[in-house]
Design a protein around this ligand. Structure first.
Ligand SMILES: Nc1nc2c(ncn2[C@@H]2O[C@H](COP(=O)(O)OP(=O)(O)O[C@H]3O[C@H](CO)[C@@H](O)[C@H](O)[C@@H]3O)[C@@H](O)[C@H]2O)c(=O)[nH]1
Length: 282
């Protein structure tokens, strides 16, 4: 039996990971977070991971709690400082747990279209505060791995899942589709649809993430992605078709696209490292 401690279990990816773990009887799962009464933890408020690890003694920690805020203090507190505290606590605990952190494609930042598909050893060159915070998190993982902490990074591309924030394209489209179906709007209002991204379903992402958590090499990052480039227009069309709204009008407003001052035109993953890990171990 493996004892798994999860943060961020309430998010779209967290829910899919929980569902996948629950299908396997070798895992006993505990979740910690803001809404948990038993294991209450707020990433914004210098969480006490030492106490949490003493209480729970996990074999594996899946640290999914994160913010994709581009507000510096929040991104730093949640994505960097809370992770540093977790890694410190893990370093001091005996036996040391295995830790999985979740990184982001936003760490690569301004890649040129011809540099795709991106490999994990590509330079990290973030163009957003969020991307910077995740880059620092990855660098913390590298530092603590050198100190003997068993930590690995699952670097997530774009998630295609129900219930995402409306600040993300997929969440915004889902919300507007509901509004059209409910008679609250007659057309969709989005930003430019020319960018290319790598969308991975929550179920696939969960499967890959668990494989990385169990078998990934300490100190390394592994892509969580489909490896398939898709334009935002194609993605939109498939989402509309799935709701029977193929012919609905779409207004493209350039102000909506550029929320952080820089929109990466094309980014998709080379998935070889993760796929090899899955094939070797299953
Ligand atoms: N959010 C949003 N994006 C839109 C819209 N219309 C078009 N887009 C375009 O759709 C693409 C995807 O946008 P997002 O879903 O916001 O994701 P992202 O740009 O790839 O990056 C964001 O999410 C990543 C995680 O999925 C983060 O890693 C990244 O830092 C950033 O927060 C971008 O090219 C964006 O300009 C819209 O109405 N809203």
């Amino acid at each position: 039996m493996k004892k798994v401690l999860m943060t961020g279990a309430e998010g779209a990816l967290g829910q899919a990971v929980l569902a996948a773990l629950r299908r396997d009887s070798q895992y006993v799962i505990e979740t910690a977070g803001r809404r948990s009464e038993k294991l209450h933890l707020d990433m914004k408020e210098a969480p006490d991971f030492r106490c949490l690890l003493d209480q729970t003694r996990p074999d594996l920690i899946l640290h999914l709690a994160a913010t994709f805020s581009n507000e510096f203090d929040e991104a730093y507190a949640v994505n960097v400082e809370a992770t540093r505290r977790l890694l410190e606590a893990a370093q001091d605990s005996s036996p040391r747990p295995r830790i999985l952190l979740v990184g982001s494609a936003a760490e690569y930042g301004a890649v040129r279209p011809e540099e795709n598909p991106i490999r994990e050893d590509h330079a990290l060159n973030p163009v957003s505060i969020y991307g910077l915070s995740k880059t620092w998190q990855t660098q913390l993982a590298g530092l603590y791995a050198k100190r003997g902490v068993d930590v690995v990074v699952a670097r997530l591309f774009n998630l295609d899942a129900p219930g995402l924030s409306e600040r993300l394209f997929v969440g915004r489209v889902q919300k507007q589709i509901q509004e059209v179906l409910g008679g609250l709007r007659t057309e969709l209002e989005l930003g430019a649809l020319t960018a290319v991204r790598d969308y991975v379903s929550a179920a696939d992402a969960a499967k890959q993430l668990i494989a990385v958590a169990i078998h990934g090499q300490a100190g390394r990052a592994y892509h969580i992605a489909s490896g398939t480039p898709v334009t935002m227009r194609e993605l939109l069309q498939s989402m509309l078709a799935a709701s029977g709204l193929d012919h609905i009008g779409v207004r493209e407003s350039s102000e909506l696209s550029n929320r952080i001052g820089y929109d990466v035109p094309v980014i998709y993953a080379d998935t070889t490292r993760t796929q090899e890990l899955i094939q070797q171990r299953t």
